[in-house]
Ligand binder design. Structure first.
Ligand SMILES: [Cu+2]
Length: 113
């Protein structure tokens, strides 16, 4: 009998887990844009189609994230609240805060890898 068998078994088990993690489908990811001190940060976000962007308002007043082409519009995001948007069509989207037109951001959606 090979006294190393239990060890080999454990090792191959670990190998299987690692392999499964490596070949799993790439999950669509979340990207956070923080709103603070009257600014979107980062101002430009590059993501892939199907990803989710979450705007988190850490400011003391309400803001919106509204695409100039009306592709998306968060409506009012209250202080401490957030708004999620799942991107679909690739393209470059300029957006602004409707309450404070000096606040600008850009969302760049690239095709799925
Ligand atoms: Cu604003």
């Amino acid at each position: 009998m090979n006294c190393l068998s239990p060890l080999l078994l454990a090792r191959s088990g670990i190998c299987a887990i690692v392999l499964m993690a490596a070949v799993g489908p790439a999950a669509a990811s979340d990207h956070v844009v923080t709103i603070a001190q009257m600014r979107f940060s980062p101002a430009t976000v590059t993501i892939h189609s199907g990803d989710t962007v979450v705007w988190v308002n850490k400011d003391l007043v309400a803001h919106t994230a509204s695409a100039q082409a009306r592709t998306f519009d968060s409506g009012s995001i209250e202080p401490g609240a957030s708004w999620r948007y799942v991107t679909s069509k690739p393209g470059s989207y300029s957006y602004q805060c409707l309450f404070h037109p000096t606040m600008h951001g850009t969302l760049i959606v690239e095709p799925k890898p």
